[in-house]
Each structure stands twice: as C-alpha cells, then as structure tokens.
Design a protein around this ligand. Structure first.
Ligand code: AN7
Length: 367
C-alpha cells in the first residue's frame, strides 16, 4: 500500500500557502511553441490581477472587471510576449535583439535581454516616451537610440536592420510575441470561468488585440468556452489610422504608448473586430484623461494609454451599446508609475507644514 499523498491546499501547493506563479511559458507550456526542454527566459510575468470594479459596474449596469497588466514585472503587458520572443531568440543562438518602441516594448526587451545575457538595441521617438520607460531601458543596459521621428519610422528602420544585420527583431511583428500575449485571454477565462461578453482594450500597433482574439478563439476551438466576446478596440483620436482607414503621418496624443500612425497588425485588428461583431473606434485625449482619473480614484493606477479602454467603456455605455448585466473586461495594459508627469498635471502641489503634531492634525482636517 502506498503512503497517503501529502495534504495539499486547494491551490495544489504541498507546503500550503499560495501557488507560486511560474510565468506564462511554464503555466501554459502545452499551448506555447516551445519544446519540452526549452529553458524559459522569464521574470515570472503574467498571472496578473483581474479586478472587479464596483464603481464601473454601478456606472454601466454591467459586471466590469479590469485586467491589470501593469502588474507585470516591467509594468506592462509586453512582458507576456517578450518572455516568448527572447526565449526563442536565445534558443536560436542570437546574441542581440532590436526593437522600435513607444516605451513599454523597449523597457520589456531591455529587461528580458538582460536576464538572458543578451544585448538589446532600442529605437524610440525622441522626447515622446514616458520618463519611467526610458529609465527602464537605460538601467537594464540597453543601447537606447532616440530618433528624430516617430514610432512608425523607428519600426521601419528596425525591420530593415533585422533583415541585413545579425539582430533579432522583437517587435510584435515577431510571431512569438503574439504567441506569448495570447496568455492574457486565457487568464481572463481561467479566472472568470467563461469568456466576457464584451472585451475592451486600447489599440496602438494592434498586436495585443490580435493576440487576445487568437487566445479566445483557441479556447473556443478547444471547447473550454462556448461563446466568444465582442471585441472593442480604442485608438486615441489623434492617432486613429484604423478608424479613419488611412495612415496618420503625424500621430498625436497624450497617450504616448499608442501614438502610432501605421499599425503593423492593422488587418488583424479589423479581423478581430469583424469576426466578433465588435469595432475599432477612437476616444479623445480628454476622455482618456478623465477615465485615467476615474480609475485612479478607485484604486487602480494605470497609464494613460490603458485608460483608453475605460474611456471606451464609458462611451459604449453612453451610446447605449451595453446590455445590463453583461460581463465586461477592460484591459489596463500598463502601470501609471511609468508616467508620473501626466499623473501630476493639473494637480495642486501637496501642502508643506512644520513637523508638528497639531499642524498635521489641522492640515488633515482632523481638528
Ligand atoms: C500601455 O511599447 O507599441 O496595440 O512600442 O504600451 O499591441 O501596440 C506599446 C503599445 C497599449 C498598444 N497600452 O498595444 C511599444 C508599443 C500600452 C502600450 C499599447 C501599448 P498594441
């Protein structure tokens, strides 16, 4: 007779306590294009919180959850794709990777390349990326090159460099990036036990909406879910090529992460919108800023581009396009700490008082 198995908790950890999330390649290895013995280059990305929002639910009459991907190791959803892209680049014997970025891709590429012992070259639009993102690329030791131009021009240069020079491109045109980013859709379903009715997210280069749609479809094809969400993607009004049906030569928006005029996965975004009976629309910078402040006031600090999904949700509600009781997931793609400058804009400086108990009590309105 064999000895009884050691007691386990409901999370399956023999020692009790929480199950330690192993990163998306280990957690979903059977769904990832990696061999059984491929070592994962990981910072244990993914497993991010899906947070029920009482406030947004009350506002809209739906059950609204936010997927806070700002809780990833480098503070954005890019880590999901980067763990895959760098794992595969390393396995193939590459020593250097390159990417163009509005900030988060470069931060993530820099971190994962550093973890893998590889070098990263990143091309960013000069003066147009948030300071926190630039700092990340610098501290992780990437070669940071600012170009006097926009993201689209940087991406064109990177694509050409990857053709001719010994470097691997890790923008989302690298299919492994999309493979990794599918994991976010699976996590949403694994958490909810179903797909949401409506899935709302920001759209920039359109890699992420491509990945979510693929992720949901694969779970449907495998019988894990029987219904797919309606996909609602939001561009910033000053950078809305998909909505306008034409490239934007000089994209503008305070949401610098999605300041993109010629998305690489343009057609895939349209496929996701069409196949799901959804849409790609735009929200103004003003709507984005208001949405940013609203969720921050309810405990979630996401970056400006992420707030486009909340602005989109509110617009859907105003236009009467949500049905009461629907389950809605809004993706918050990056952390608010990336760009404290915008967070502090239009906000009064905190008061300064003497280091004194009475003064503190008074200043706090407690007396
Ligand atoms: C916070 O880092 O394109 O539609 O170079 O950082 O998949 O491009 C960032 C994009 C949304 C848009 N939210 O996602 C880059 C970059 C945040 C982002 C997007 C980005 P995609």
């Amino acid at each position: 007779m064999s000895a009884p198995a050691p007691p386990t908790t409901s999370t399956g950890s023999p020692a009790g306590g929480a199950h330690a999330w192993r990163g998306i390649i280990e957690e979903y290895r059977h769904r990832m294009p990696v061999a059984d013995d491929t070592p994962a280059v990981t910072l244990r990305e993914g497993g991010t919180p899906l947070i029920h929002s009482e406030h947004l639910s009350e506002l809209t009459g739906c059950e609204v959850h936010v997927k806070f991907d700002g809780a990833n190791p480098t503070g954005s959803f890019k880590d999901r794709g980067m763990t895959m892209a760098i794992t595969k680049a390393k396995e193939a014997g590459n020593e250097a990777v390159i990417c163009a970025s509005t900030g988060n891709t470069s931060a993530s590429a820099a971190a994962y390349a550093a973890k893998a012992g590889m070098t990263a070259g990143v091309l960013v639009p000069a003066g147009k990326i948030a300071m926190g993102k630039l700092a990340q690329a610098v501290v992780h030791g990437a070669q940071v090159i600012q170009i006097d131009g926009n993201f689209d021009q940087a991406l064109t240069i990177c694509r050409e460099l990857a053709e001719t020079e010994p470097v691997e491109l890790v923008n989302s045109v690298n299919p492994y990036r999309i493979d990794g980013q599918r994991s976010a859709a699976w996590e949403v379903v694994d958490h909810l036990g179903r797909a949401p009715d409506v899935h709302v997210m920001p759209v920039g280069n359109a890699g992420n909406i491509t990945a979510y749609w693929r992720g949901y479809r694969e779970y449907r094809d495998d019988g894990i879910i029987d219904a797919l969400p309606v996909m609602r993607g939001y561009q910033a009004a000053g950078s809305a090529p998909i909505v306008q049906g034409a490239k934007v030569e000089k994209p503008q928006t305070i949401a610098t992460a999605i300041r993109i005029g010629n998305p690489a996965s343009w057609s895939q975004a349209l496929v996701a919108a069409e196949e799901s009976n959804g849409s790609i629309r735009s929200v103004t910078d003003d709507q984005i800023l208001q949405a940013f402040r609203l969720i921050a006031r309810h405990g979630v600090f996401a970056e400006m581009a992420s707030a486009a999904s909340i602005a989109g949700l509110l617009q859907l509600h105003e236009d009467g396009e949500l049905e009461p009781g629907q389950t809605v997931v809004c993706v918050l793609t990056g952390h608010g700490l990336k760009d404290p400058e915008w967070a502090m804009s239009g906000v009064d400086e905190p008061v300064t008082i003497p280091a004194d108990l009475d003064a503190a009590a008074e200043a706090l309105g407690l007396r």
